[in-house]
Design a protein around this ligand. Structure first.
Ligand code: PGA
Length: 234
């Protein structure tokens, strides 16, 4: 399974280094595919079984894009994995679908592994399943759903960082609908923690999890990895 940690704007460079070292101890004992997305200043060339990705980058080799990093800065550390379309970039940083699709296309052409996030806000969820699907379909616009290095993450906006989660039935219903759009591995994200990770990982059409807040505790994240390992060996 795929178990990914989005550290967002947390941990210093030093803290990230020890986080990854500790994580390596538990992750290397399993056959799970483990990803970590540290803050950009914490990117480095980490050796080991954990794949390090960037939370963001601008679709350029280099150039005049103040405050951004491009391919050149990622190549310095051998980073070939990127998170695109995360709800915080869409809703807090104001990225449009058009720009997101441009970014996707650029990093696809560079052969990056892309974890592409989709998910509906609360008012859309309240409007019902059909409206949710309609909304999420707009987030597939300009995205090559057959890209071989694609992983999709379904993350309802209202579930991110709130402690709220859809029911397992709702997750399965949405994942089944999204699997019909793309065969890419499909992760669930949004308030996954040690207490619900096993149930989520067991769900139909769930190929892994993308974890934010709860992944900041390396021991919690390791527990989630061990759940995935247990489930796979059953
Ligand atoms: P959360 O974040 O686990 O804190 O809800 C998930 C995410 O933003 O990827």
């Amino acid at each position: 399974m795929i178990i990914a940690a989005n550290l967002k704007t947390n941990l210093t460079r030093k803290e990230t280094k020890s986080y990854i070292e500790e994580l390596e101890v538990c992750a290397s004992k399993t056959s799970q595919e483990v990803f970590v997305f540290p803050a950009i200043t914490s990117l480095d060339s980490f050796e080991g079984s954990v794949t390090i990705g960037t939370q963001n980058a601008y679709p350029t080799q280099n150039g005049a894009y103040t405050g951004e990093i491009g391919l050149e800065q990622l190549e310095e550390f051998g980073i070939k994995t990127i998170l695109i379309g995360h709800s915080e970039r869409r809703h807090v940083l104001g990225e449009t679908q058009e720009f997101i699709a441009q970014k996707f296309d650029y990093f696809k052409r560079q052969g990056f592994k892309i974890i592409y996030c989709v998910g509906e806000p609360k008012e859309i969820r309240e409007a019902g399943h059909e409206k949710m699907l309609e909304y999420i379909s707009t987030q597939y616009k300009g995205i090559d759903t057959e890209y071989e290095n694609l992983i999709i993450a379904y993350e309802p906006v209202w579930a991110i960082g709130t402690g709220l989660t859809p029911t397992i039935d709702d997750i399965e219903k949405m994942h089944t609908a999204l699997k019909a759009k793309s065969q890419a591995p499909l992760l669930y994200g949004g308030s996954v923690k040690v207490t619900n990770a096993k149930e989520v990982l067991k769900s139909k059409n769930v190929d892994g999890i993308l974890v934010g807040s709860a992944a900041l505790y390396v021991e919690h994240f390791c527990t989630m990895i061990s759940y995935a390992q247990e489930l796979e060996s059953k």
